[in-house]
Design a protein. Structure first.
Length: 313
C-alpha cells in the first residue's frame, strides 16, 4: 500500500507492507482521511502516536470500505462503508481498525464528507453532552468555531435546542458559521454576550479569565483545544467557587479502546441519524489527493478555512 509517512519532520509518500487485521479487527480500504491539529503536532514531533498505532503514519480519522475481516470480527461485512477514529495510520490506502472503533457511514455522505466526520463530531459530542451535559434552552459559546470541531459543535448545539454563540476571528468565515446555526461575534469582548451555560474552548488559555467572568451560575467550560493561545493561565478560584463552575478537559486520541467505543456508540445513536435527516452537514474547505499531502498540510496550517481539510484516496 501507499502511505503518508513522517521522516525527520518531513512528509513522504512511500510504499509500505499491507497491514493484516487481527482478532476483532477489520481492514479498511481508505477512501478519505480528515486532517486534524494533532497531525500537525505529530509532524513537529510534539504528539507521538499512542502505543499500538503506526508510529510514523499520521491520520486520526478515516472513511472507507471494509476490505477484509479479522478472526472474530462480525459487526461489519466486506464492502460495508465505515468510518473510524484511530490512534494513527489513517493517511494510507489501507488501515486496520478495531471493529468497535468503527461506525457505519450515513447514506447521505460522500467520501470527503465522511472522512471529516469521526474525529470532530465524536470530540464535540463527547465534550458537549457526555462531559458538559448541555441541555435544551441553554446558552452555548463555541470559541474558534470555523474549524472542524467548532463547526461540529455549533451544529450539535443547535440540533440539541441550545442557543449558540460562536467566536470567529476571520470576517470572511463568519457568514458560513452563521448558516450552521450560530450567532457569530468577534472574539474580542465576547463576554458581553453572556452569560453562557457551556463554553466549548478550542482556542486556549487566553480566554480563561473572560470565560469565567461570562459564565452563568452552574456553568461548565470544556477545554479541548489550546493551540490558539496556549495552555497556561492564572485561575481565580474564588470566581470558580462563586459561579459553582466546572472546568474540564479531554483528548480523544489516547483513550483506551473501551472509552472510544462508548463515545462512538453514542455518536452512532444520537448523531449519525441527523445526517440522513438533513440536520447536520460536514463543511469541507478543500480536498487533496494523497500525493498532494504537503499542500494539504500547508493549507491546514495556513488557517482561514471553514470546516475540514481532507485527503481523498
Amino acid at each position: 500500500m501507499r502511505a503518508v509517512t513522517i521522516q525527520d519532520g518531513e512528509l513522504v509518500v512511500e510504499e509500505r507492507p499491507d497491514p493484516e487485521p487481527s482478532r476483532g479487527e477489520i481492514l479498511v480500504r481508505v477512501k478519505a482521511a480528515g486532517l486534524n491539529g494533532a497531525d500537525m503536532l505529530q509532524l513537529r514531533g510534539a504528539y507521538p502516536a499512542p502505543p499500538g498505532s503506526p508510529p510514523d503514519i499520521p491520520g486520526m480519522e478515516l472513511a472507507g470500505e471494509v476490505a477484509a475481516l479479522g478472526p472474530g470480527a462480525d459487526r461489519f461485512e466486506v464492502g460495508d462503508r465505515v468510518m473510524a477514529v484511530v490512534g494513527g495510520g489513517g493517511q494510507a490506502e489501507l488501515a486496520v481498525v478495531q471493529e468497535r472503533a468503527a461506525m457505519p457511514v450515513p447514506e447521505t455522505l460522500d467520501w470527503p464528507a465522511a472522512g471529516g466526520v469521526p474525529e470532530v463530531f465524536t470530540t464535540a459530542h463527547d465534550a458537549l453532552f457526555t462531559q458538559a451535559d448541555l441541555r435544551p434552552g441553554e446558552h452555548l459559546l463555541v470559541h474558534g468555531a470555523a474549524g472542524g470541531v467548532g463547526t461540529a459543535g455549533v451544529q450539535l448545539g443547535r440540533a440539541a435546542g441550545a442557543r449558540v454563540t460562536a467566536t470567529v476571528r476571520r470576517e470572511e468565515l463568519r457568514q458560513g458559521v452563521e448558516q450552521l446555526g450560530a450567532s457569530v461575534i468577534e472574539p474580542d469582548g465576547f463576554g458581553e454576550h453572556g452569560p453562557f451555560d457551556v463554553v466549548l474552548e478550542l482556542v486556549g488559555a487566553g480566554n480563561l479569565h473572560e470565560n469565567l467572568k461570562a459564565l452563568a451560575t452552574g456553568g461548565r467550560i470544556a477545554v479541548i483545544g489550546i493551540g490558539g493561545s496556549g495552555a497556561t493561565a492564572e485561575l481565580n478560584l474564588g470566581l470558580v467557587m462563586a459561579k459553582r463552575a466546572r472546568i474540564h478537559g479531554s483528548t480523544l486520541r489516547a483513550r483506551p479502546l473501551e472509552e472510544k467505543a462508548i463515545a462512538m456508540r453514542r455518536v452512532e445513536r444520537e448523531v449519525l441519524p441527523q445526517f440522513d435527516a438533513g440536520l447536520l452537514t460536514v463543511p469541507v474547505a478543500a480536498s487533496f489527493a494523497l500525493d498532494e499531502v504537503e499542500r494539504a498540510y500547508e493549507r491546514f496550517q495556513a488557517g482561514g478555512k471553514l470546516g475540514k481539510i481532507v485527503l481523498v484516496l
